[in-house]
Write a protein that binds this ligand. Structure first.
Ligand code: AMP
Ligand code: MG
Length: 398
């Protein structure tokens, strides 16, 4: 059976996401809106800056009336204070961010001014009309679209909303995502390891990551490899928007999750042309979308980052769901062309992508070491210096 290319899998998932949008909205104060998705457009309700103001500490004058003579200082204008109209034949002492007095059109910085013994100010350099003045509306005009609906809100977007005087914003409600870790071998940290056991790392990775993505996590713990327990675990979930499981999808394993989905919903088993990764379950349980990611920690991470993350963001109406990537020269050679696209854990050293020594899909440490993933295309080989796509982890993890 031919493998499903990564971009086809992503396209299918995004189509599914668009069929199950999370539309309900909440209005939140800015302080509570970090990481959330803006539900409506943000339109400027005022000009920014709201009035012309000085970009410098200096002196404001009316250049069209200026004869070249030293000017007396008729007022001092601090930021936050309302100016008087500029008296003809004078200048105003002005500070950064203070409103320009009506009648003034130009500011000279204090370093280019000489204050004479009689208090008048001489301008030492040639002046240009409008210099050092921040015009009203130069950043934004009232009525302008500032942020699109579907924008993810972070410090900058929230600051922008604050600069426009918005105290609160409408955001999409958080998706509720159930995280299930399958595997009889799994144990939570804090307990002593028994024979054949390993600690559950995927749960921590996914729960933390989902929270960063603005999701409400329903931590459904460990699901043993057992049909009845799988039925019980899924049946106990209520009101979730997505069930995200890890493990139990490798070839050769008893397919408990798949069986329950077949009984109570539907499923497709995808074989992806991705490494680490490959098997992915995509289906529904009692109408709730289910994504089953491979259990090896690096596989979980890559498939979540490249497929499940964009899927979830698209359900929230985010347009730009794919990570920003850039091209880097390879700092390694790759002479074994593969049938799957490989996402190798890499670091940037001297402007080149270098690889972690152990690229096994079970090695989470490779990701902790890495700055990002380099994409090795199907059927391709690479020499030192060949261009590769590099996806910074920082683009995926938030
Ligand atoms: P599976 O997809 O269930 O066959 O798991 C593949 C590999 O990933 C096995 O070595 C599992 O022990 C390991 N694995 C599965 N789930 C987890 C998990 N939650 N944390 C750490 N390792 C896991
Ligand atoms: Mg397993």
């Amino acid at each position: 059976m031919s493998l499903l290319p990564v971009e086809d899998a992503l396209e299918r998932l995004l189509t599914l996401a668009e069929q199950a949008p999370i539309r309900e909205l909440q209005v939140l104060p800015l302080a509570a809106a970090d990481g959330r998705v803006l539900a409506t457009e943000l339109v400027a309700g005022l000009d920014l800056p709201p009035w012309p103001n000085s970009a410098m500490d200096g002196y404001a004058l009316c250049l069209s009336d200026y004869s070249g003579e030293a000017l007396p200082v008729s007022q001092r204008i601090f930021a936050g204070h309302a100016p008087q109209a500029l008296q003809p034949g004078s200048c105003a002492r002005i500070f950064t961010g203070a409103p320009l007095p009506p009648g003034a059109d130009t500011v000279e910085m204090q370093e280019n001014c000489e204050v004479l013994a009689d208090g008048r100010v001489r301008f030492l350099e040639p002046l240009r009309a409008g210099q050092n003045v921040r015009a009203q509306g130069q950043e934004t005009r009232r009525g302008e679209l500032v942020l699109n609906a579907g924008t993810r809100l972070g410090p900058v977007e929230l600051g922008l909303a604050a600069s426009l005087g918005c105290a609160q914003l409408p955001v999409r409600r958080k998706p509720r995502v159930a995280v299930l870790s399958t595997g009889d071998e799994l144990l939570e940290p804090g307990l002593p390891l028994g024979p054949g056991q390993i600690y559950n790392s995927n749960r921590r990775v996914l729960c933390t990551w989902l929270q960063r993505l603005g999701c409400e996590v329903v931590d459904a713990g460990i699901m043993p490899d057992d049909l009845e327990q799988t039925r019980l675990a899924l049946g106990a979930l209520d009101e979730v928007d997505l069930i995200l499981s890890t493990g139990g999808v490798s070839v050769g394993e008893a397919d408990f999750l798949g069986q329950v989905l077949r009984e109570e919903g539907d499923l497709a088993l995808w074989k992806l042309a991705i490494k680490p990764g490959k098997p992915l379950t995509c289906g529904h349980y009692r109408g709730v979308p289910v994504l089953g990611l491979p259990g090896n920690p690096a596989s979980t991470l890559v498939t979540f980052g490249l497929l499940a993350r964009p899927y979830l963001l698209r359900r929230l109406g985010v347009a730009e769901v794919e990570p920003l990537a850039f091209t880097l020269p390879a700092g390694f050679t790759w002479d074994k062309p593969g049938s799957r696209r490989e996402y190798l854990r890499a670091r940037v050293e001297h402007g080149r992508a270098v690889l972690y020594t152990n690229q096994s899909s079970g090695v989470l440490r490779s990701v902790a070491w890495a700055d990002g993933l380099v994409e090795v295309m199907e059927g391709s080989t690479y020499g030192e210096g060949d261009a590769l796509r590099f996806i910074p982890l920082s683009e995926l993890l938030g």
